[in-house]
Ligand binder design. Structure first.
Ligand SMILES: Nc1nc2c(c(=O)[nH]1)N[C@H]1C(S)=C(S)[C@@H](COP(=O)(O)OP(=O)(O)OC[C@H]3O[C@@H](n4cnc5c(=O)[nH]c(N)nc54)[C@H](O)[C@@H]3O)O[C@H]1N2
Ligand SMILES: Nc1nc2c(c(=O)[nH]1)N[C@H]1C(S)=C(S)[C@@H](COP(=O)(O)OP(=O)(O)OC[C@H]3O[C@@H](n4cnc5c(=O)[nH]c(N)nc54)[C@H](O)[C@@H]3O)O[C@H]1N2
Ligand code: SF4
Ligand SMILES: [Mo]
Length: 670
């Protein structure tokens, strides 16, 4: 028995990007552990990944290319060779191109893997093809916009800052599920006496570890932030010296906006008692180094960008940025560290092609014309489950004249509708280089086991397709390792400070931050821009989210035991989730004559989804919650939660509004 420990990186869309140690025996991953050498994740893993080998070697892995032989969606396929699969795809695409033009082909991808090469390399191919482009805004584009409209390109605080804070506000985030390694810093801060509050729409699992929970009406956090600012100004908690030196537009905010948000009005909007708003403002104002950990849930509303923009102004008022441990962490952005354009290759696009928003796939597949979408190539994403307005998407996927190719590790709900399925490698079977959005670590990873069956990586498939299309560019001849080298050679200036040999050898390394980066504001004015002259709305203010004509806001939030629709292949994790629950307040259930454990239907104008009702006082009245995106096979009915969500976009940056949704609930009757 030949056992080796090899380094890798968790590839999933999670802020932590953990360092992994994989025990490999005879080409099989037998054990996956955390890497103690990793600067942020320090050797611990979440419950999903401690048995990643069960995903990698799952009996459900797709191992051969498959050709559809039954009705679309029925999951009947027969194995074919890679040669035949590529030939069929290219034949079909050439027909589409001559009849409709290349824009009739739509790539659809998101974040099945976060590795910079495998995630982005398809763009190089599709730019060369001249396909429609995809606006990849499902996750948090409005959050990035909101942060940037105040802070520009200012560097986000290092997560270590949290330890030094004396008042931590977890604002719309369930860190116990989605950012577990931040917990270590939160615990440290607590040991030193910090207070931790959670502001959320329900008592999410993180509520157990905080000192106080504030329940806000969905989509109303912008008003809450303005109310806090109103009190900070009223009671003299602001840091005028900091404001004078570093802030643009405070006076306008103070004069033109804040008078409109007295506590009583904010209480009406947010549903939070005046006394609690007052207490929160007082705690925030008197803290030496208040720190806000800003989640993404609240950006997925019709007013999401403005909400994030407004909250992002808060630390400026009290001068939190000037103190160790103070500030706000929305997301860490290290995009400049790699030459990613060498993989996305926009220069291969001969002329700008149409852009299709990934949140409006249902519309794109059923209504878009000039040209209509005649073929879709899906890779490392599962739009039939993750994208809004599932009913419309399925209607599109059922189209007989739509040629759908899905490159996947598993038979997902999307793959079921494919004409051709291509088997994909897992992260342990291909090489890549990773950065993170929750810390400043980066890491290169080589494949640690050979591919399962005939699986190929994203890049290998694009190389085959390029060859079959007759593309001559040398770009398509590079291996993934060549591309990784090009991303870091010559090193971007940020990489100059790190030990490149260590990075090349596959160890985690951490980027260094310039001194005083927390008060170096990389905005056009060089100041924090409460007033942003580039935005049509010069100042933050509050406006209502969309909502729907229905009684309950629907929160479809992440589960501890899955990641978006990934990990549904794992019976061990599925059983931890027990069932597709819809959590509801007992008083709401009583008014609807519903009982715990009953099969119910959540419905609105877009769709109907069956759940198992779970009564709990952790959910306030007027809100229902479901945690995790299930596959349809694990649901009581046929549809999954995104049959209820809408294709409406955010106020800025064309983001998803996945939480800006209301439903009604009734008993399921057979
Ligand atoms: N275990 C696990 N980890 C994950 C994921 C997963 O699915 N499972 N998903 C990954 C991905 S893709 C992402 S983007 C990140 C997301 O990570 P975060 O952005 O930190 O989001 P969550 O932790 O899901 O927390 C969102 C919270 O926002 C709350 N919320 C919803 N609407 C509002 C509102 O209007 N106001 C307030 N105050 N709160 C609101 C929800 O109830 C929920 O508790 O997590 C990543 N990590
Ligand atoms: N209702 C609701 N909907 C949501 C959310 C929510 O909170 N509520 N969260 C939203 C968010 S924040 C996000 S980011 C999106 C995420 O949406 P997606 O990025 O689509 O996420 P996953 O569901 O994880 O699907 C990724 C798929 O990629 C496959 N895969 C993994 N690695 C590879 C690879 O190397 N190559 C190929 N070809 N395939 C691979 C996996 O098997 C998996 O099926 O979902 C969004 N949808
Ligand atoms: S999903 Fe997140 S916490 Fe879990 S191992 Fe991966 S990076 Fe770490
Ligand atoms: Mo996301």
């Amino acid at each position: 028995m030949n056992s080796e420990i090899k380094r890798s990186v968790c590839p999933y869309d999670c802020p932590d990007a953990c360092g992994l140690l994989v025990e490999v025996v005879d080409g099989q991953a037998v054990k996956v552990m955390g890497d103690p050498e990793h600067p942020f994740t320090k050797g611990t893993l979440c419950p999903k990944m401690i048995h990643y080998e069960r995903t990698v070697h799952s009996p459900q892995r797709l191992t051969q290319p498959l050709l559809r032989i039954g009705e679309k969606g029925t999951g009947q396929f027969k194995p074919i060779s890679w040669e035949e699969a590529i030939e069929r795809i290219v034949d079909r695409w050439q027909g589409v191109i001559s009849n409709h033009g290349a824009e009739a082909i739509l790539p659809y991808s998101y974040a099945g893997t976060m590795g910079t090469v495998q995630r982005n390399c398809g763009e190089g191919f599709f730019h060369r093809l001249g396909a429609s482009r995809l606006a990849r805004t499902i996750c948090s584009s409005s959050k990035s916009y909101g942060w940037a409209s105040v802070m520009g390109e200012t560097m986000a605080p290092h997560p270590d800052e949290v330890e030094k804070s004396d008042f931590i506000l977890l604002w719309g985030t369930n860190v116990l599920a989605t950012n577990i390694h931040l917990m270590h810093h939160i615990r440290e801060a607590k040991k030193r006496g910090a207070m931790v509050w959670l502001i959320d729409t329900y008592e999410n699992p993180t509520a157990q570890i905080v000192d106080k929970v504030v329940l806000v009406r969905p989509g109303r956090d912008g008003a809450l932030a303005l109310g806090i600012m109103h009190i900070l100004v009223r009671d003299g908690w602001i840091d005028q010296e900091f404001i004078d030196k570093y802030v643009q537009g405070f006076e306008q905010l103070r004069m033109e906006v804040l008078p409109d948000y007295p506590p009583a009005k904010v209480s009406q909007i947010t549903g939070i008692e005046v006394s609690l708003i007052e207490e929160m403002a007082r705690q925030y104002g008197k803290a030496h180094a208040p720190f806000i950990v800003l989640g993404s849930g609240l950006c997925r509303y019709g007013n999401g960008a403005m909400t994030v923009r407004t909250i992002t102004c808060l630390p400026a008022l009290v001068g939190a940025w000037g103190n160790p441990g103070g500030g706000l962490l929305a997301s860490i952005s290290t995009g400049k560290v790699f030459h990613t354009q060498r993989v996305t290759r926009e220069d291969l696009l001969k002329e700008p092609t149409r852009v299709v928003n990934m949140n409006q796939l249902g519309y794109a597949l059923t209504e878009l014309s000039n040209p209509p979408i005649m073929s879709m190539y899906v890779y490392h994403s599962n739009p039939a489950v993750v994208a809004p307005d599932q009913t419309m998407i399925i209607k599109g996927l059922e189209r007989e004249d739509l040629f759908t190719v899905v490159h996947e590790r598993f038979m997902t709900d999307t793959a079921r509708y494919a004409d051709i399925i291509l088997p994909a490698t897992s992260s342990l079977e291909h090489s890549d280089i990773y950065r993170a959005y929750g810390h400043y670590g980066i890491q290169r990873a080589a494949a640690v086991i050979p591919p399962i069956g005939e699986a190929k990586s994203n890049w290998e498939v694009f190389q085959l397709l390029a060859q079959a299309m007759g593309y001559e560019e040398y770009f398509f001849k590079h291996t993934a390792d060549d591309l990784i080298n090009q991303l870091i050679d010559p090193p971007a200036s940020w990489l100059e400070s790190i030990d490149l040999a260590k990075l090349q050898a596959g160890h985690p390394v951490e980027l260094s931050l310039p001194e005083n980066y927390k008060t170096t504001f990389l905005t056009p004015s060089g100041k924090i821009e409460i007033c942003n002259p580039k935005d049509a709305e010069l100042l933050p203010h509050y406006f209502e989210p969309y909502g729907d004509d229905a009684p309950f806001y629907l929160m479809s939030t992440p589960s501890v035991y899955s990641l978006n629709s990934s990990f549904n292949e794992r019976p061990d994790l599925l059983s931890k989730k027990e069932a597709a629950y819809l959590q509801m307040n007992p008083e709401d259930a009583e008014s609807k004559n519903l009982l715990d454990g009953q099969r119910v239907i959540a419905f609105n104008e877009r769709g109907e989804v069956q759940f198992i009702l779970k009564l709990t006082t952790t959910v306030p009245q007027g809100v229902v919650v479901t945690e995790g995106l299930f596959s349809s096979v694990s649901m009581p009915g046929d549809s999954t939660v995104n049959a209820l969500t809408s294709q409406r976009l955010t106020d800025r940056a064309a983001g998803s509004t996945l939480y800006d949704v209301k439903v009604d609930v009734r008993l399921w009757e057979s």
